[in-house]
Design a protein around this ligand. Structure first.
Ligand code: DOR
Ligand code: ZN
Length: 345
């Protein structure tokens, strides 16, 4: 096979930021993707319906001319989130999901949830109206090793929440372990997971062996090779509970390359080429369509995009190493392998 036409993909987990960064990174996603679920971890976070509407308008204003890209908005769950505000935002289709960050788990998560009892009523309302909860699945307990934080989160937080609030629809975001993949598989129709592009490519050696590589540092941090292999099996296996959420998370190089660097891999630019390569290596190219174009809309109860993209195989494609912003460069994720698939047009 050297050409593949599929419904235009969606990205079910994306960081677009704001201002100069938004203007620089949005075209990278809008070029290939029809829709993206936009994360709300701005400073300050997108907490209310009014803030989500304003942020959506800023994204639409930054959109390249003639682009049909549609941002799907999320609200950042806090212990102060108001049921009425959230229900109204969901009813008019302004928000597609609510994002749960355990307080302190990652970039700009200080306003996240510490006491889960305080958000129970909100979660019950979300279950009633079918509004999905997107979960950053890591405990923040400093005594838990960072490589174990996802697996411990499932036992200590996620499973109790799901038992407590039956019918709550949950997406476990950017899973990084076999434990998470197995938990999601067994979770029934109300549970799904996104998998990033970079977690299909790197393991923890890529971050730490032979020198520290800040551009491969993200959260949840990449785990052992056996977990990467479990993620590849999940993504390429055709199971509807797994779909693409790139977690493309741009940071200025100046913020990554410092004694305490930010977490995030910027993959918007070359994601589809990387995924085609990964799926082809697994002899699973025919399942790429499910992973990038069909399973996500099915979970979110939205139509599959009607227009298409065509991927063409040929000589290795060169992508820029950096994206320029008015505030400085952002490094594009280096997959450390030649990419033979490009998006036509
Ligand atoms: O690597 C990450 N970067 N993980 C997250 O959870 C947040 C994201 C960001 O916003 O930079
Ligand atoms: Zn993210």
């Amino acid at each position: 096979m050297d050409s593949l036409t599929i419904p235009r993909p969606d990205d079910w987990h994306l960081h677009l930021r704001d201002g100069a960064m938004l203007r620089a990174v949005l075209p990278e996603t809008a070029r290939h993707f029809a829709r993206a679920l936009v994360m709300p971890n701005l400073v300050p976070p997108v907490v209310t319906a009014a803030q989500a509407a304003d942020y959506r308008d800023r994204i639409l204003a930054a959109k390249p001319l003639n682009s049909k890209f549609r941002p799907l908005m999320t609200l950042y769950l806090t212990e102060e989130t108001q049921v009425r505000d959230l229900r109204a935002a969901a009813e008019i289709g302004l928000v597609t999901a609510v994002k749960l960050y355990p307080a302190g788990a990652t970039t700009n998560s200080a306003s996240g949830v510490s006491d889960f009892a305080k958000v129970r009523r909100v979660l019950e309302n979300m279950a009633q109206i079918g509004l999905p909860l997107c979960v950053h699945g890591e405990v923040t307990d400093p005594t838990i090793d960072i490589f174990d934080r996802e697996a411990v989160f499932i036992d200590r937080v996620l499973d109790p929440i799901r038992r407590d609030v039956p019918g709550l629809r949950v997406v476990m975001e950017h899973i990084t372990t076999r434990d998470a993949a197995d938990y999601v598989r067994a979770g029934g129709p109300d549970l799904a997971a996104t998998i990033t592009t970079h977690h299909l490519v790197i393991n923890r050696n890529h971050i730490l062996a032979g020198g520290i590589r800040p551009h491969y540092y993200c959260l949840p941090v990449a785990k052992r090779e056996e977990h990467r292999l479990a993620l590849v099996a999940a993504a390429t296996g055709g199971e509807a509970c797994f779909f693409l959420g790139t977690d493309s998370a741009p940071h200025l190089d100046a913020a990554k390359l410092m004694p305490c660097g930010c977490a995030g891999c910027f993959t918007a630019t070359n994601t589809l080429s990387i995924l085609a390569e990964v799926f082809e290596r697994e002899a699973a190219l025919e399942r790429l369509e499910g992973f990038v174009s069909r399973h996500g809309p099915a979970f979110y109860r939205l139509p599959v995009n009607t227009d298409t993209v065509t991927l063409i195989k040929g000589e290795p494609v060169a992508y820029p190493a950096l994206i320029a912003t008015d505030d400085g460069p952002v490094t594009v994720f280096d997959p450390m392998m030649p990419l033979h698939w490009r998006v036509a047009g």
